[in-house]
Design a protein around this ligand. Structure first.
Ligand code: MAN
Ligand code: CA
Length: 307
């Protein structure tokens, strides 16, 4: 009898392990590569190498390189499974530090990577090929860093834990008064980069839908003193509204007008389009809206709205 119970227990454990594996197989666009104990994501929308590098970084990962044969094999398999129309995918290998000296982003030299060049490559066409793609066969080619290609990001298992805000990104806190999670980024970015950072964290630039939410953001901003804002004006934080047509027609990042969104509280004397270039939305430390130049860097607030 005891033996039978043991058998059933073993079956149960096996079943639970299988289920856990299934769940672990894919998360936030990443796939678990068992042999490498790492997570890979193939971004199929082409980007320049530096935008690709930034996107991976903002996701908490790195533009991936085939550092082992297990990773190289997984990359080929993912490319084969995808619906891409292009053949070449950026990896983290580059020669931007020293021309011709290809290395991964973590400094591993070419000789120690699992890379095979295509015939006649690398050839540094026009002396402008400092970045590297691989094709479905896993063969490498040096290409211009400025031409867009799909790309691979890699994240370590330790950074894949989903928190109660539903993201693997850290720093999000649930606010019971609105039911949303928020994060104030202290490293300043321009408005579009800020939006990109939020999306990389499965969030969006914060959208204020009520006086209460304006009050909540005011408190979140107040908790971050001026001297811990890195490189931007500490008196403003970007949020998810913009004057998309540059004619004073302010919309949220979800396309609603401010009255439709439920909050159009501008700070006194705003919007004033100071300097004629203020087409992106921020809040002041009073929690009220201010128009601000899109290209100047500010701290910013991301939000995850519960599903
Ligand atoms: C001042 C005001 C604001 C404006 C900022 C830009 O604070 O004129 O309206 O957005 O400067 O730095
Ligand atoms: Ca303004």
């Amino acid at each position: 009898m005891a033996k039978r119970r043991g058998y059933h227990f073993a079956l149960l454990v096996y079943f639970l392990m299988c289920t856990a594996q299934e769940l672990a197989a894919s998360r936030a666009g990443y796939e678990y590569i068992v042999e490498a104990d790492a997570w890979l994501r193939l971004h199929i929308v082409p980007a320049t190498w530096s935008d690709a590098r930034l996107r991976c970084h903002l996701e908490g990962g790195v533009l991936a390189s085939p550092t082992t044969t297990a990773i190289a094999t997984a990359m080929s398999a993912m490319m084969a499974d995808s619906k891409m129309t292009t053949r070449f995918v950026f990896i983290g290998v580059h020669a931007l530090i020293s021309k011709g000296d290809f290395m991964s982003l973590d400094g591993v030299p070419l000789a120690n990577l699992s890379i095979r060049w295509r015939e006649w490559e690398p050839n540094n066409v026009k002396n402008n090929e400092d970045c590297v793609t691989i094709d479905g066969a896993g063969e490498a080619n040096d290409v211009s860093c400025d031409s867009p290609h799909p790309y691979f990001c890699r994240k370590e298992t330790a950074k894949m834990t989903v928190n109660k805000c539903g993201t693997t990104a850290d720093g999000y806190k649930l606010e019971p008064r609105t039911g949303s999670c928020y994060k104030l980024h202290r490293l300043a970015r321009n408005w579009h980069r800020a939006a990109m950072a939020c999306h990389a964290e499965e969030a969006h630039l914060a959208v204020i839908n009520s006086n209460l939410e304006s009050q909540v953001l005011k408190e979140i901003f107040a908790a971050v003193p001026n001297n811990v804002i890195k490189s931007g004006d500490p008196n403003f934080a970007f949020v998810g509204v913009w004057d998309w047509n540059e004619h004073g027609e302010w919309l949220t990042v979800f396309g609603e007008s401010l009255p439709e969104a439920g909050f159009d509280g501008w700070s006194p004397n705003e919007p004033n389009n100071a300097g004629g270039q203020e087409f992106c939305g921020s809040i002041k430390r009073d929690g009220l809206l201010n128009d601000y130049p899109c290209l100047i860097r500010l701290p910013f607030i991301c939000e995850i709205t519960p599903k």
